[in-house]
Design a binder for this molecule. Sequence first.
Ligand SMILES: [Zn+2]
Length: 165
Amino acid sequence: MPIRPEHVFLYPIDWAQLSHQIRFVRAGGHCEHCGRPHRQKVFHLGDGRWWDRNRQCWRNGRGRRVQRPTENILLQGRWTPVVLACAHLNHDPSDSALHQLAALCQRCHMLHDGPEHRRRRWMNAHYRRALGDLFYGPYPKLGGDWITPTPLSMLDDHRSGTSSR
Ligand SMILES: [Zn+2]
């Protein structure tokens, strides 16, 4: 995932080296959540299950061996090239403690970051509405009424996406 310009100073100076160390030395070039190999095209079913060509078995989104799919894999299956990125597990780019970093494929990265990205989008919209209220009067009149009250999922550490992996 590219580093946003406003975040660049939060990353340690040796980020490139650190990221390389995590992805290729510690993780051995495999996603640390699902096991997919870096820079290989992987055949998968879209729900996390993928064919591990090296070990000749199917794995699920957590990297565990699963039974051969019963559905028609020619219809359900797709090829996707895997690219590993080094992710911050606590979403804080200034905290590069090794246990907070993980080598993740695009799919696992998206699943991990999804709830946090939704939370930030909602917060940004909320701030905009608050500023709008301050300077221009109540925001709903100006078309901001789609911003709903804080969803429950954002009040606790609810992780809705993890069960589907
Ligand atoms: Zn993965």
